[in-house]
Design a protein around this ligand. Structure first.
Ligand code: CP
Ligand code: NVA
Length: 307
């Protein structure tokens, strides 16, 4: 039997993704009811981090331990994946010890390579290219708040980065009205945008006009202007992204009640004002909480621990 990985949202069908959302709801309710759900008793999760993290580390570790298992944190200086040792060697060694491997890496090709050589599920905890656990969590959170996600208008404001790529992957499965509003030169991957449009499932708009973009938005979403690994470009990016800040004025231009979302960490008063972060339409902490529940469901699904 071939091993299942969670590398891109678009590797799964719409039906499978809906099953994952339904499972996340059940797993979340169990956690809130303080029920036991020890499906990973005596199992271990290796967590490989080449970049910093707060949410991903704590949500995976806490979640896996709640499910009865043990999680190991391996930071940038611990194993030196791809530097001290070949990725394919780490993959085969860890497959002998661990039941699930989660990795946050720079180069997307490296997580693909990790998966190619692994005999246990690999979960993508973010690469320079995408962040599938985050965006499955985000759509779960939108579903909780709106009740219906069909053709929801999601307006992403800022850098066309890894977060946007995962939204585009999702838009190839779920019908959305997805808008990415970014300055010239900071658009998401052209080939992926084309592929998502060709899929014909969602309406995809790439624009440079924040005022027009946000009209009728159900959700306005943003992320940092300089991602991990780009911090030396921060000043240049700050100039380019001026005018793309999510502030009270922009939130007021939608013409309806609009939710505010951010994957976090946020740089307050840069890409988003403190006021918008703290506003009653901000659901950023629901998003952060849901990371754990959705990831628990992902690991259950990959390990066939449900049915
Ligand atoms: N949103 C997210 O992945 O947060 P961390 O970088 O803190 O893990
Ligand atoms: N785009 C951001 C997301 C952080 C969760 C980064 O890659 O740093």
């Amino acid at each position: 039997m071939s091993v299942k990985h969670f590398l891109h949202i678009s590797d799964y069908s719409k039906e499978e993704l809906w099953e994952l959302l339904e499972l996340s709801k059940i797993v979340k309710a169990k956690f809130h009811n303080r029920e036991d759900h020890k499906v990973f008793h005596n199992k271990s999760l290796a967590m490989i981090f080449s970049k910093p993290s707060a949410r991903t580390r704590v949500s995976f570790e806490t979640g896996f331990e709640w499910m009865g298992g043990h999680a190991l944190f391996l930071g940038p200086n611990d194993i030196g994946i791809g530097k001290r040792e070949a990725i394919k060697d780490i993959s085969r060694v860890f497959s002998r010890y661990n039941d699930v491997i989660m990795a946050r890496l720079f180069d997307h090709e490296h997580i693909i390579e990790l998966a190619e050589h692994s005999t246990v599920p690999i979960v993508n905890g973010l690469t320079d290219y995408n962040h599938p656990c985050q965006i499955m969590t985000d759509i779960f959170t939108v579903w909780e708040h709106l009740g219906n996600i069909d053709n929801a208008k999601i307006v992403y404001m800022g850098d066309g980065n890894n977060i946007v790529h995962s939204w585009l992957h999702l838009s190839m499965r779920f019908p959305l009205d997805f808008v990415c509003c970014c300055p010239e030169g900071y658009e998401p991957d052209k080939d992926l945008v084309e592929k998502a449009r060709e899929c014909g499932v969602s309406k995809i708009t790439i624009t440079q006009d924040p005022t027009l973009a946000v009209k009728d938005a159900d959700v306005i979403y943003t992320d940092v202007w300089a991602s991990m690994g780009q911090k030396e470009e921060a000043e240049e990016r700050e100039r380019a992204f001026k005018g793309f800040q999510v502030n009270e004025k922009l939130m007021g231009l939608t013409g309806k009640k609009t939710l505010f979302m951010h994957c976090l960490p946020a740089e307050r008063d840069r890409e988003v004002t403190d006021g918008v972060m703290e506003s009653e339409n901000s659901i950023v902490f629901d998003q952060a909480e849901n990371r754990m529940h959705v990831q628990n469901a992902i690991m259950i699904m990959l390990s066939d621990k449900w049915k």
